[in-house]
Design a protein around this ligand. Structure first.
Ligand code: MLT
Length: 208
């Protein structure tokens, strides 16, 4: 019998063929249920895999430790990204799904970016809502044309847009096919993010 999967998670099987599964990664204080409605809207009928972050900050789940807002514990980011990539590989076996498209928000987008740094073959693509540079050196592997959508809020007080621009540049230099959208919004998700994600999935043949 396969070992039990190491993250608390939700899984919804696909109800339509031919769509990339989505890996949903919540923000600080969220859980595995948070992004399911957004996943269903962005790619109706796709399989949804949604783990809960294993780090607790004052009772709020996260995907890695930070020393202060925007100041990451890089050793922990590295270790947690490897653990999450291992979970995704095991869950793909258990649920018989293909490589997912990561769809992360805030802290969830940052751990997805860290996996792009370390094990990019984990994903068929990535949608990073409100992401920043996750590690203190450049990506370790070639991203080999992997499609990545980054959306930033020009009024985001938590993630400065300049940081997302640097993230886009580093991923692009490592070979990712980057699309970076900047919207006149704050840290919260908006309809503009949802529509951009829908178009990007369709344009890259990863969604309907
Ligand atoms: C992080 O810690 O990943 C970022 O600062 C975003 C957040 O507040 O979660």
């Amino acid at each position: 019998m396969a070992a039990p999967l190491q993250f608390v998670h939700s899984f919804e099987p696909a109800s339509r063929p031919g769509l990339s599964p989505l890996l949903l990664l919540h923000g600080t204080g969220g859980n595995e249920d948070d992004l399911l409605p957004i996943g269903r809207i962005i790619s109706p009928g796709a399989a949804l895999l949604s783990p809960r972050g294993q780090v607790m900050e004052c009772g709020m789940p996260r995907f890695f430790r930070r020393l202060a807002e925007g100041v990451f514990d890089f050793e922990d980011v590295h270790r947690r990204a490897e653990e999450l990539a291992d979970f995704i590989a095991a869950a793909r076996d258990d649920y018989q799904i293909s490589a997912p498209v990561a769809l992360g928000y805030s802290n969830g987008a940052n751990i997805a970016a860290a996996i792009l740094w370390l094990r990019p073959q984990t994903f068929a693509g990535a949608i990073l809502f409100r992401a920043m540079v996750p590690l203190d050196r450049g990506p370790e592997a070639s991203l080999d044309g992997l499609p990545v959508l980054i959306t930033s809020g020009l009024r985001d007080s938590i993630i400065p847009v300049q940081n997302s621009i640097r993230l886009a540049g580093l991923l692009s230099a490592a070979g990712a096919k980057i699309e970076h959208k900047q919207f006149p919004v704050g840290h919260e998700l908006s309809q503009l993010d949802i529509v951009a994600a829908q178009h990007w999935l369709a344009h890259n043949n990863l969604g309907a």
